[in-house]
Ligand binder design. Structure first.
Ligand code: B30
Ligand code: ZN
Length: 274
């Protein structure tokens, strides 16, 4: 409804600074992403290891990779499939089910993560989106605080290709335009795309929002300290292959599909470890 939102790289006239005019929520006091100032985070000993279930299994169904006009997103084919992929987090040990994962990136020369650490932006950021299992649908979950949990991972450039990303990177050519989608054989599991599980005990936790309109403030954010390694040529494939929605025959590469950091306001960021 109304004027669509966009990123500045598409058209500054509908970019992040105007989102609050399209969706009131985007002007709220608990917005994401944020800069994480390491000197100001508060250690919280209650933040234990996150319990991952099904992250180590190739799903019985297929992965569906799609271009939704603002990111490359992987969705599981059929609900019964994602029922097997869950995380348990927080002091209340609430359980959340994985729904989709997607990426935010920059340009061939510039970084594109949404979260920054001590002011540093990273080349790319992965979001694994989950909904609280006490709700039946995404829209129901979106109506409650703590309804969604997103796990955020930052990328770092490595010399060698990360072969666990070969299937996704190769699939990008099939989702060049908005609305395109491709089924990928689910020969890999989510774990393969992440840093080693042994290195996931240090993370940052805060209460925030979806980073795109309507910017609903219903997200328990977890940002991991350990980066995912990926080569420059694999990163370049995102920039060079995926396109924003276009008018007419013109094609515009999808670049800088990140929202810049938002004010922390009255919130605290907690760290699971020193
Ligand atoms: S994020 O992780 O905070 N970047 C959504 C989920 C996670 C984030 C942002 C948005 C989301 O589910 N949004 C509503 C659904 N989408 C459809 C979609 O497939 O992905 C509608 C939309 O935004 O227009 Cu994009
Ligand atoms: Zn995201």
């Amino acid at each position: 409804p109304g004027v669509p939102w966009c990123y500045d790289s598409q058209d500054p006239k509908c970019g992040p600074r105007y989102w609050k005019d399209l969706a009131k929520g985007c002007g709220g006091d608990n917005q994401s992403p944020i800069n994480i100032d390491r000197r100001k985070v508060q250690r919280d000993r209650n933040l234990g290891d996150i319990l991952f279930e099904g992250y180590d299994q190739a799903p019985p169904g297929k992965w569906k990779l799609m271009n939704n006009g603002h990111t490359a997103m992987m969705r599981l084919e059929g609900e019964s499939v994602s029922e097997h992929i869950n995380i348990t987090i927080g002091i209340l040990l609430e359980k959340y089910r994985a729904l989709q994962f997607h990426f935010h990136w920059g340009t061939l020369k510039g970084n594109g993560s949404e979260h920054t650490i001590d002011g540093d932006q990273f080349p790319m950021e992965l979001h694994v989106v989950h909904m609280n299992t006490k709700y039946k649908t995404f829209s129901e979950a979106k109506g409650h605080p703590n309804g969604l949990a997103v796990l955020g991972f930052l990328y770092k450039v490595s010399d060698a290709d990360n072969s666990n990303y070969n299937t996704i990177v190769a699939g990008l050519k099939n989702i060049s335009r908005q609305g395109d989608s491709v089924d990928l054989a689910s020969t890999f599991c989510l774990n393969n795309l992440l840093p080693s599980m042994a290195n996931l005990s240090k993370y940052y936790r805060y209460q925030g929002s979806l980073t795109t309109p309507d910017c609903a403030e219903v997200v328990v954010w977890t940002l991991f300290e350990e980066p995912i390694l990926i080569s420059q040529s694999q990163l370049n494939a995102f920039v060079n292959t995926v396109h924003f929605p276009a008018t007419g025959a013109s094609l515009m590469k999808m670049t800088n599909n990140f929202r810049p950091p938002q004010p922390l306001k009255n919130r605290k960021v907690y760290a699971s470890k020193d």
